[in-house]
Design a protein around this ligand. Structure first.
Ligand code: GLN
Length: 189
């Protein structure tokens, strides 16, 4: 089965995912406008970047509702960092965006000195390197959400139905484990 993944490409770190997925023999295309959301795709990536900027652009481009609809209809979706924030049901101190993933997040949680850092962490399929860039913290999750990755005692990766999310950036480390989890979700969808 040839898999095609659409990558939201209006802002942030989308090129890196494209390279990684193409390296895994996955077809990709960039989602830049409303009409791109009607294309055939087996999965969707919401990359890292700046969630407030992404939200504003999604509204300006009239894409927010259609994006929400596709994910709600079951499209396997992987949100990374800002992408995870977009998906979250609640964001400390501000209103939510897509509101589809039952987690509460706090943006830019890891203070100044640790604005960005690399550290080893754990996942359901083994230890992995993790890169955090002004990452949010998942402060709570509903019982419908399954943790899939941890850094110390923090949950840093989650799954709920067709949605996968991480607060770290798998596109910036050599491990393919998170992509493998996502590709398995697509194959089993
Ligand atoms: N700090 C960004 C935000 O709040 C997320 C950072 C990232 O995606 N690397 O949206």
């Amino acid at each position: 089965m040839m898999i095609t993944i659409g990558i939201l490409a209006i802002q942030g770190a989308f090129i890196e995912h494209k390279k990684r997925l193409n390296g895994l023999k996955i077809n990709t295309f960039e989602i830049r406008q409303l009409s791109d959301l009607t294309k055939n795709m087996d999965g969707l990536i919401l990359p890292g970047g700046e969630s407030t900027a992404m939200k504003r652009l999604l509204l300006d481009l009239n894409m927010l509702e259609s994006l929400k609809r596709r994910i709600k209809d079951g499209l396997p979706t992987f949100g990374i960092c800002a992408g995870l924030i977009l998906l979250a049901q609640s964001i400390k101190g501000e209103s939510s965006h897509l509101g589809l993933l039952e987690i509460d997040v706090e943006r830019n949680f890891y203070g100044r000195q640790k604005d960005s850092f690399k550290a080893p962490g754990q996942s359901i399929i083994g230890d992995i390197p993790m890169t955090f860039i002004r990452a949010p913290k998942i402060v709570s999750l509903s019982k419908n959400v399954t943790p899939i990755a941890w850094y110390h005692h923090d949950v840093v990766g989650v799954r709920q139905g067709n949605i996968l999310g991480t607060t770290f950036h798998p596109e910036l480390d050599r491990s393919n484990k998170l992509y493998e989890i996502f590709i398995d979700m697509i194959k089993n969808a």
